[in-house]
Every structure is written in C-alpha cells, then in structure tokens.
Design a protein around this ligand. Structure first.
Ligand code: 5AD
Length: 485
C-alpha cells in the first residue's frame, strides 16, 4: 500500500540499483550518485532552474519557456540554441518523445537510427534515455539557460536519473498528473510510488545542497478543466514531493479562457499551495507558478493562433505567473518548426514585457472567484485526507477510485470520468455533471445556478450539448458555445 512517507535512503538505493542495472545503464560513471552531486555542484546559478525562478519571482516578472524536442542529438542542440538566441527563451525544455514516455527504448533506438539515415526527426520529442547522460550533458554544455525535462511519463525513474545527472535542474510530472491524463490502465498506486522515487532523488540532491526544481503538470487533460480540480492535484503532488525532500516547486495552471477566473485560479493556487505545505509541516518549500498558454484546440489560422498566444501572455502577466509555457502557430498541425517556435516565444515575450508593470485590478469578482476556487479545493482535499485516513497518498488512490476527485476527459480507467464541465455565460468553467465529486450541496448549487443562467440567456436547455459546443469553441473564435453552432 502506498504511503505518504519519506522513502528511507537504503530503500531508495536498493530500487535505484534495480532501475539502473535493469536498463543496462548502471555502468555509466555519471550515474554514481556522488559524481552526479559533484557535477551538479558545478552548475552555475544562471543555469540552475530553481535559482532562476526565484530571481523571476523576486523581480515580479513572468519568464518564458517553449516546448521542443527532436530525435537526433545534433539537431536537438541546434534547436535549443536557436530557441535561446532567436526566441529569447528564459528556460529550455526537452519535450520527451512518446516511446521514451512508455519506456520503449528498443523502439527509440530504431527510430534514432532511421532518423540518422533520413536526416530528419522520426520521433515527436527528444529521447533523453537513449542519448544517455553524455548526450544530455552535451545539450546542457551548449546552452546558457536552465534545462528541464517535460514529458508525460508514468514511470520516469530512469529518465529522471539521467537528466539530473546531466545537469538538468528541473523535472515536470507527478504520480497523478502524469498518469490519469496520459495512460489508460496503469495503477495510480504504482505511479505515485514511481514519482515518490523521482522526488526522493531530488530530496537526496537537496540534502547535498543542490537545488532542483519540480513541477507537477498543471493542465491535466487541457480541456475545460475546472480550476479547483487541477489546483487540488497540483497541491497534492506538491505535498507528496515535499515529503520526499523537494524544496522548489512550481505549481501549474492551464489557461481556461475567462481572464478573471484564470487570474483567480493562479492566485488561489499559489496561496493554497503555500498554505497546505505549511499546514502539513513543510516549512521551507519555495513555491512559484507556471501558466500554460491555451491547451485546448487551437485555431488553424496562424494570425488567430498568434492572437490567442498574445492573449494568454497578457493573462499570465496580469496574473503574475512566475513562468509561462508557450504554444506556437503550428499547434493545430503538429510539432512546430524551430522558426515558428521562436516566433511565438518572441511574441510572448513582447507581451510579458509590455504588460509587466500592470496587474489585474482588484475587484469583487476577482475576490469572489478566488474564494470560490479555494472553497472547492478545501472540500476536495478534505475528502482525500478523509478517505486516506490522514494519508494523502492512500487518500488520492481511494478518492480516484470513488470518484471523489475526477478529471474530465481523462483516458485512465483509474479515473471515474463522470464529471462534465461547461462554461457559464462569462466563459468561466463550471460543472454540469458532478458524478461523485466531493463538493457539498452549496458548491453544487452555485455551479448549477451559473449554468442555468447561461441556458436561460442563450434560450437553450441545460444539456450535454453545451459541453460539446464549448470544447470546440475557442478554435472557432468564441469562448462560450452558442446553440446551433
Ligand atoms: N516540439 C514542440 N512542441 C511539442 N509538443 C509536443 N511535442 C513537441 C515537440 N517535440 C507540444 C504540442 C502541444 C503540447 C502539449 O506539447 O504541440 O502543444
């Protein structure tokens, strides 16, 4: 049974040995923990993810980071350098390919070889495990900003070992956020354990004076996710990480579309992450935030896509996000070219810079939404604690099983999948069908009233068709779906 308890060092080292020998990379000298600690000690401050984020937070600015990754090492390095120089990226990723995400390293090897033959990428990301510590280290040596692995890997233990040993000082993911939205049938209990391992490794580094950033994946399925649901999971994963010794956490949120709700969500997320970390006894965790530009369906038209990117950048800056993950005008077609990626970065930075001295004005509406999200998060976390009898790891497993926490549109069989979100008349994301979600009657009544108001104003029934209309609406240039569109 998975427990939210710091993994004892001996147990961690035992599992570590298994992971490294099983994948036959155990002989690599950099994977000697002491050597990895020494290598990480040499990382200069400007290439340390946690330190640069702290600087952004102190300055009150929103820094930018793209997604990017290709199969061949040389091409990936060229891509990284290009995004740093031409895109002015503050942080660089490696978006990891899908085979690696599923630990299919033999398939990766074939794809790398074929990519070399054809001199083009046949993978949808950078295969960090197959390129190994040496390859990842080469990427690190060729850039001047911090590096992070961004993926969607249920079992990222080997990947995590490799990237950190290579000097990459951040890792995205979590036992819930890299399972439920990404996998169909992988045990939640298992993925929580896998991510406890990833966090324990970071804890080990922190114990040795090395700062490593961790980022739970905020947007989940990226489509009409009610803020309280994604915030709850971000907070739970932060608590699980902190127990393993993680000290630098970036909690994330994907743009919903209504500016006030988005700013409220970011604010509630940061405040409640700090609140719950302290409440559970983790006093010295440094929390930052990341705002994801629109994660739903994008318009095909490149001007419209760029406008959506600019709007997202405005909201991220007004909402004071520490970091923003950018999209590109190629979003609706596939993996972007490096030129398109850099253009979107420059456009994004233009806005974050332009808007940096302005904050979202205080208002009753903003206060109300912030308080509403917090109330809902409290209710969900309370349920998780209750069904875990005080243990949030066990609580998460049980809460998903019972549908007390439920992520819309997720493929996982571990998720009950009974809730249906829809927008209210202002475009704020509310919930139409609750399934067994742990909301009390007052909260449910609020959501119902908001959606009834929309139905009335639009002269339609309170119906599932609303949900379907809303899913496609942004790519069509509207936020709230209309009847007959
Ligand atoms: N390069 C750039 N962007 C990528 N994405 C996925 N893989 C890559 C890659 N190799 C983007 C998708 C989507 C998001 C989840 O990640 O376009 O926007």
């Amino acid at each position: 049974m998975v427990k939210n308890k710091k993994m004892p060092l001996e147990e961690f080292l035992e599992i570590r040995k298994e992971i490294l020998t099983h994948w036959k990379t155990g002989s690599h000298p950099m994977l000697d923990l002491d050597k990895a600690v020494e290598a990480l000690r040499q990382v200069p401050d400007h290439k340390n993810f946690a330190k640069k984020l702290r600087k952004a937070k102190e300055l009150g600015i929103t820094m930018i980071q793209p997604r990017a990754g290709v199969a061949r090492l040389d091409e990936h390095i060229e891509l990284m350098k290009y995004l740093e120089e031409e895109g002015k990226a503050d942080f660089l990723p490696a978006t990891i390919d899908s085979y690696t995400r599923h630990n299919r390293y033999v398939n990766v090897e074939d794809a790398i070889n074929e990519s070399e033959k054809q001199q083009r990428s046949l993978l949808n990301g950078f295969p960090a495990v197959n390129h190994g510590v040496d390859g990842c280290r080469k990427v690190f040596d060729n850039v001047n900003v911090p590096l992070q692995a961004r993926h969607g890997t249920p079992d990222a233990r080997l990947l995590t070992e490799i990237i950190h040993a290579a000097g990459w000082t951040s890792n995205e993911g979590g036992g819930i956020s890299y399972n439920i939205p990404y996998a169909k049938n992988i045990s939640l209990e298992d993925t929580i354990k896998y991510w406890q391992y990833c966090d324990r490794l970071v804890g080990y580094y922190e114990e040795h004076g090395i700062e490593i950033n961790r980022e739970p994946f905020g947007p989940l399925t990226g489509t009409l996710v009610p803020p309280s649901i994604s915030n709850t999971i971000g907070i739970i994963e932060s608590l699980l990480a902190a127990e393993q010794g993680v000290k630098n956490i970036t909690v994330g949120y994907g743009q919903g579309g209504n500016m006030v709700q988005d700013v409220a969500a970011l604010r509630a997320l940061e405040e409640q992450a700090n609140y719950y970390l302290k409440l559970f006894g983790y006093e010295d965790v440094f929390v930052t935030t990341v705002f994801h530009q629109w994660m739903g369906g994008f318009p095909e038209d490149e001007s419209e896509a760029m406008a959506l990117i600019a709007f997202a950048s405005t909201v991220a800056t007004l909402g004071n996000a520490t970091k923003m993950i950018t999209k590109t005008t190629h979003e609706s077609f596939g993996v972007p070219t490096k030129e398109a990626n850099a253009k979107a970065l420059r456009g994004s930075k233009f806005i974050t810079n332009l808007v940096k001295d302005q904050k979202m004005p205080e208002s009753e509406e903003l206060d109300f939404e912030t308080a509403q999200i917090k109330k809902e998060v409290d209710s969900l976390i309370e349920a998780i604690v209750r069904v875990g009898k005080g243990d949030i790891a066990q609580g998460s497993v049980n809460a998903f099983k019972q549908g007390l926490i439920d992520i819309p549109f997720a493929p996982s069989e571990m998720n009950s999948g009974k809730i249906l979100p829809a927008r209210d008349i202002d475009g704020k994301i509310r919930i139409l069908e609750f399934g067994n979600l742990a909301f009390n009657d007052e909260i449910k009544e609020f959501h119902r009233a908001k959606l009834e108001e929309r139905a009335k104003k639009q002269g339609r029934e309170l119906e599932i068709q609303m949900v379907i209309d809303d899913i496609y609406e942004v790519s069509e240039g509207n936020l709230v779906g209309k009847v007959g569109e």
